[in-house]
Design a protein around this ligand. Structure first.
Ligand code: NAP
Length: 253
C-alpha cells in the first residue's frame, strides 16, 4: 500500500489492542500518514507478526506486549514509547472485552468487574500514565460502539460500558483541554474476530446489513479513516465529540 499523506509526519501514536482488527487498521492508517506507531496486545507472537506487517509497508513501528488491565504492562507501554520516540501525540484506547451474553442481572460479579476494568477503567489508567508526556495539540480517541446508544440483550453490559465511554469522552475533553482533544468513535458492526457472529451466522449478518442505510457492514478501514480524522489537525476544533461510523444505523439525533 502506498503512503497516504503527511498528516501525522513527526507524530507518535499509541494504539491499544492493535495487532488485528480495527486497532491494527488504525495503526496502519496513522503509519501510512507518516506517524511512528506503537502497537500492542496481550500476545508477543501477535505483536511481532503485526509489527512485521506494518514494517513491510514502510511504517516506523514499536511493538510492546500490553494487556490493558495489567498496570506493569501499561507502564511499560508508555516507558518504551518515551525511551524510543520521546513524545506522545495520539493515544487510541481500543481494547474491549465482551465475555458474557447473559442479562446484566444474571452476570457474575467477577465478570461485571472484568468488563468494566477492560472497557472503561483501563482506558482511564492508560491515559493517566500517558498524560505527562502528551504534547500540546495532542489527541485521544476512545473506541466505543453503536451498542452504546441501545445496548442489545445479548451484549447488554458491554453496551453499558460503551455508553460510559461517551460520558468519559465529555469529562476528559474538559479535563484535558486545551492541550489535548478527546474524542470518541462509535463503530457499527465490522466483521472481525471480536464480532465472529457476523461471519459465522449468515442470517444475523444479513439482518444487521439491512438495518444500515448503506446496506453493508463496516470495514476496519472505515473505522481507521474516522479515527485518523479526529486525531488529525483537520479536527483541531473538535473535542468531546463522538463520531458514529455505522452506515446510518439508528443511534441518536
Ligand atoms: P479484534 O479484531 O478481535 O481485535 C482485538 C485485538 O485486541 C487483538 O489485537 C487482540 O490481540 C487485542 N486484545 C484483546 N484483548 C486485549 C486486552 N485485554 N489487552 C490488550 N489487547 C487485547 O477486535 P475489533 O473488532 O477490532 O474490536 C476493537 C474495538 O472495536 C473494541 O473496543 C470493540 O468493542 C470495538 N467495536 C468493534 C465492533 C465490531 O463489530 N467489530 C463494533 C463496535 C465496536 P491479543 O489476542 O494478542 O491480545
Amino acid at each position: 500500500m502506498a503512503k497516504m499523506g503527511t498528516r501525522f509526519q513527526g507524530k507518535v501514536a499509541i494504539v491499544t489492542a492493535s495487532t488485528q482488527g480495527i486497532g491494527f487498521s488504525i495503526a496502519e492508517r496513522f503509519g501510512l500518514e507518516g506517524a511512528s506507531v506503537v502497537i500492542s496486545s496481550r500476545k508477543q507472537k501477535n505483536v511481532d507478526e503485526a509489527a512485521e506487517k506494518l514494517r513491510a509497508r514502510g511504517i516506523e513501528v514499536l511493538g510492546v506486549v500490553c494487556h490493558v488491565s495489567n498496570a506493569q504492562h501499561r507502564k511499560q507501554l508508555i516507558d518504551n514509547t518515551i525511551q524510543k520516540y520521546g513524545r506522545i501525540d495520539v493515544v487510541v484506547s481500543n481494547a474491549a472485552a465482551n465475555p458474557s451474553v447473559e442479562g446484566i442481572l444474571e452476570t457474575q460479579e467477577s465478570v461485571l468487574d472484568k468488563i468494566w476494568e477492560i472497557n472503561v477503567k483501563a482506558s482511564i489508567l492508560i491515559l493517566k500514565d500517558a498524560a505527562p508526556h502528551l504534547q500540546k495539540g495532542s489527541s485521544v480517541i476512545l473506541i466505543s460502539s453503536i451498542a452504546a446508544y441501545q445496548p442489545q440483550a445479548s451484549m447488554a453490559m458491554y453496551g453499558v460500558t460503551k455508553t460510559a465511554l461517551l460520558g468519559l469522552t465529555k469529562a476528559l475533553a474538559s479535563e484535558m483541554a486545551p492541550n489535548t482533544r478527546v474524542n470518541c468513535v462509535a463503530p457499527g458492526f465490522v466483521p472481525t474476530h471480536f464480532a465472529g457472529f457476523l461471519t459465522s451466522n449468515e442470517a444475523i449478518r444479513k439482518g444487521i446489513e439491512e438495518r444500515t442505510l448503506l446496506s453493508r457492514l463496516g470495514t476496519t478501514a472505515d473505522m481507521a479513516a474516522a479515527t485518523a480524522f479526529l486525531a488529525s489537525d483537520d479536527a483541531s476544533y473538535i473535542t468531546g465529540e463522538t463520531l458514529v461510523v455505522a452506515g446510518g444505523s439508528p443511534s441518536r439525533l
